[in-house]
Design a protein around this ligand. Structure first.
Ligand code: F6P
Length: 371
């Protein structure tokens, strides 16, 4: 295979933000594609912590990635190099002598750290936060390729991110399982589903898993509309209901339910399922149970579709470097994997368009959105 840059070319791989099934498949494809070009590959531990906080890594914050290390990992969840959603180098939380906290830019240290390790190029696998960091590094002269990852599917510029399909498959299976127990006990089952400020996972799983109501952040809900749906089902002799609630869903005029917000970290969303379940039980008089799928959506083995997408992204990232590209993100635009400027991916969040075909499908089938 060709190599348009001098060898041995040293590529570092970083995985940042919440993990998503398929990260290891990206790593495997990138490492094999690089090694097969005669290049060397390294993994930065836990996002960029392996470089920014080297004392935490007595055995090395930057580790060689060999063929042996990536053997058999296509089907493995998580990430073999570790990840974190703390310590964004653009807004690194730092304690001052008086005990107060500030955020400071540590990207210059990161650029130096990469140079100290003799790294020629970086592959940054992550969500919007990681793409923002990658864009900043590219501006400082680092050769960098972004690879989009998130179960939330909320990144602009790519039709899909790996991890999403696996999360939807698991959430759908969960809804399927809850149908029978809901029916047996004549209960309402409320299922809270991750996705941050986007309702993609709840929408897709909700339709595929035959939820009767789906509440998503893009459509603020009126609980009385959900109560009416439950009653309408009772009129038809269906004494149970399944309500899929995206964690970012909010009532009309209300706010996203946030569990905590720590400096240097994205806010932790959750709790809306509990509120919806309590209100539904109170307003319908029907016994209601809550299931929070939480991090189960991020675990386990990636679906074949996510594996393939992740492998394609990993190989495409190395191909981009071989072509001399930088400052871009690989993106799916079926049937091809293309490259887009990193800035394009972080311009805005990709939300569910209320008039998209999937939404219309759900509405035409009588699924309630609480509006
Ligand atoms: O972005 C992926 C995601 O799983 C979101 O759906 C969720 O809100 C968040 O990460 C949870 O983050 P943490 O792992 O910090 O709890």
């Amino acid at each position: 295979m060709l190599n348009s840059v001098s060898t041995p070319f040293r590529v570092a791989i970083s995985t940042g933000g919440g993990d998503a099934p398929g990260l290891n498949a990206v790593i495997r494809a990138a490492v094999l594609s690089a090694l097969n070009r005669g290049w060397e590959c390294y993994g930065i531990r836990d996002g960029f912590a392996g470089i920014l906080t080297p004392k935490l890594y007595p055995h090395g914050g930057v580790i060689p990635l060999t063929r042996d290390m990536v053997r058999g990992i296509t089907s493995l969840g998580g990430t073999i190099v570790g990840t974190t959603n703390r310590g964004n180098p653009l807004r690194y939380p730092t304690k001052l002598p008086d005990g107060s906290m500030i955020e400071r830019d540590r990207t210059d240290e990161l650029v130096n750290g990469l140079a100290v390790h003799g790294i020629d190029a970086l592959i940054s696998i992550g969500g919007d936060g990681s793409m923002e960091i990658a864009a900043a590094l590219a501006k400082k002269g680092v050769k960098v390729i972004g690879v989009p990852k998130t179960i939330d599917n909320d990144l602009e510029g790519t039709v899909a991110t790996f991890g999403f399909d696996t999360a939807v498959a698991f959430a759908t299976e969960s809804l399927d399982r809850l149908q029978t127990t809901a029916q047996a006990h004549q209960r309402i089952m409320v299922v809270e589903i991750m996705g941050r400020y986007a309702g993609w996972i709840a929408l897709h799983a909700g339709i595929a898993g035959s939820a009767n109501a789906i509440l998503i952040p893009e459509i603020p809900f009126d609980i009385d509309k959900v109560v009416a749906k439950v009653h309408a089902r009772e009129q038809m002799g269906r004494m149970f209901s399944i309500v899929a609630v995206a964690e970012g869903a909010k009532p009309v005029g209300g706010k996203t339910s946030v569990l905590e917000h720590e400096m240097g970290k994205a806010e932790r969303i959750g709790g809306i399922g509990e509120k919806v379940a309590a209100e539904l039980q109170h307003l319908t008089g029907r016994e209601t149970r809550l299931v929070v799928l939480g991090h189960l959506l991020r675990g386990g083995t990636p679906t074949a579709s996510d594996r393939l997408l992740a492998l394609r992204f990993g190989a495409a990232a190395i191909r981009a470097l071989a072509e001399g590209q930088s400052g871009i993100m690989v993106a799916l635009d079926p049937p091809v994997v293309k490259y887009i400027p990193l800035e394009e991916a972080t311009k805005r969040m990709r939300l569910v368009p209320p008039d998209c075909d999937t939404m219309l499908t759900a509405r035409e089938m009588g699924i309630c959105f609480g509006d």
